[in-house]
Design a protein around this ligand. Structure first.
Ligand code: NAD
Ligand code: USQ
Length: 408
């Protein structure tokens, strides 16, 4: 079955790193459905972190083997799978690249939770070791393979920081003027100064330097997607069969804000706004995530071009406004809890996303129907909810309080 292959320009061999995760799994299905040859590499570390935290996806995700068999049964398309830790097993990563000879590698394989990265020194060090080594190993293996591979990386809007004094955040690069010794002003383009808000976000800032270096030194073709907070859970492909269901994180470490609010309202838990809720963030629906990755693959840079950076977001919202909207939708209570993070209590955020719009993205924005769809999923799996996992307990500093309701 092909749901939507009208945009396919040519079939490519694509390795998806982190293809078992929240963004990686629906992207793998989408690319396979378009007719690309897809191979997933994932060490299933996210499933192991679920075990560590004793917190599970709200939706019952199936083992990798079941997922892949179901996809083949439904679509007659095969997705390959290798269980490899790309941060630890460089030789295995290189071997798969040499065997598959991919045109594209899509890189989702990092520890992506800011609260998890701030839990303890062990978690900080794991996040740094895992994320930076993973990215560096991939770049190093691309060069060693001698193949002209386009690397598409999932970065974050968080590398910019969230306050720009009213300026629109550009797509990766900032035009500046500097004064020369002779006193003349000359224009220059620099990587936008990074201002990460957690150890996790800091690893994404470091990734940017690795990309700049390998692009300059080895002409590696790289697209870095600075993605906002992803919401939703289903995509056209994951909806095809219950066994293809995507993960839905709601716990205090991995649950992201809008999905958490929708889930909380659906299961009768107060909506947990951190602080005053004055934080403004960028958002994108999971269906647009998979579409954006497709567009990035279809519009690769040349070997002569610098690292291409796209802001992968469709809209910005203030946390408090989201809470109010969800509260009205589901008639739920809002709880203003102590903010466990060190972040500005209030910020404005204006972001350019012209590049994806120019490539044909038709943004999905917050819509009652889609919000309702997430709510319905939460209601369907309410029996799987562990209420003790909802509060955000990881604090940025020892002095801070967790985001539990009884603390305020
Ligand atoms: P996820 O944790 O659900 O998926 C990441 C996957 O990578 C997991 O399946 C994990 O097992 C795998 N992985 C991690 N380290 C690995 C390693 N060393 N070797 C092999 N596999 C490894 O996260 P996600 O939400 O799908 O995010 C994917 C990417 O998108 C991340 O890089 C994240 O920074 C970025 N991103 C996510 C969001 C969001 O809201 N979820 C927003 C912006 C950017
Ligand atoms: N927040 C609440 N209540 C909650 C949970 C969060 O008020 O119950 C607030 C947080 O304090 C923060 C904002 O909502 O101000 C966003 O938090 P989040 O957990 O949804 O997002 P974040 O930690 O930034 O991380 C997520 C993904 C990460 C990705 C990032 C994109 O986990 O992988 O990089 O979004 S961005 O935020 O644009 O940097």
């Amino acid at each position: 079955m092909n749901i939507n292959n009208k945009d396919l320009k040519s079939n490519k061999k694509i390795i998806v790193l982190g293809g078992d995760g929240f963004c990686g799994w629906p992207t793998s299905l989408h690319l396979s459905n378009l007719g690309h040859e897809v191979v997933i590499i994932d060490n299933l570390s996210r499933r192991n972190i679920d075990n560590e935290l004793e917190a599970e996806s709200l939706t019952p995700i199936q083992p990798m083997g079941t997922r892949l068999r179901a996809w083949e049964e439904i679509t007659e398309k095969k997705i390959g799978f290798y269980n490899i830790d790309i941060a630890e097993n460089y030789d295995d990563v290189l071997q798969v690249i040499q065997d598959v000879q991919p045109d594209v590698i899509v890189h989702f394989a990092e520890q992506r939770s800011a609260p998890y990265s701030m839990k303890t020194p062990k978690h900080k060090r794991y996040t740094v070791n895992n994320n930076i080594n993973a990215t560096h190993n991939v770049l190093c293996a691309i060069v060693e393979s001698g193949l002209d591979i386009h690397l598409v990386h999932l970065g974050t809007m968080g590398v910019y920081g969230y306050g720009t004094a009213g300026m629109k955040i550009p797509e990766g690069y900032l035009d500046v003027e500097v004064q020369t010794e002779a006193g003349d002003w000359v224009g220059q383009q620099i990587l936008y100064p990074t201002n990460p808000g957690s150890v996790y976000h800091m690893t994404k800032s470091q990734d940017q330097l690795l990309f700049q270096y390998y692009n300059k030194n080895d002409n590696v073709r790289i697209t870095d997607l600075h993605q906002g907070i992803v919401w939703g859970t289903n995509t056209r492909e994951t909806k095809l069969d219950e066994r293809l269901i995507n993960r839905f994180d709601y716990d205090g470490d991995y649950g992201t804000v809008l999905n958490r609010f929708l889930m909380q309202a659906a299961v009768g838990h107060p909506i947990t706004v951190h602080g005053t809720g004055g934080q403004t963030r960028a958002f994108i629906h999971i269906q647009d995530t998979v579409r954006c990755v497709q567009l990035a693959i279809e519009n690769p840079p040349t070997r002569e071009e610098k690292v291409m950076i796209f802001n992968q977001m469709t809209e910005t919202h203030r946390v408090n406004n989201l809470a109010k909207r969800v509260s009205e939708l589901a008639d739920a209570e809002i709880a203003y809890v102590s903010n466990p993070r060190k972040e500005a209590a209030e910020n404005d955020l204006h972001v350019k996303n012209d590049l994806f719009l120019s490539k044909g993205l038709e943004p999905i924005t917050l819509d009652e129907g889609l919000l309702q769809e997430v709510t319905n999923i939460a209601k369907k799996y309410v029996d799987r909810v562990d209420y003790s996992k909802i509060p955000a307990k990881s604090t940025w500093t020892k002095e801070q309080k967790p985001g539990t309701i009884d603390q305020t």
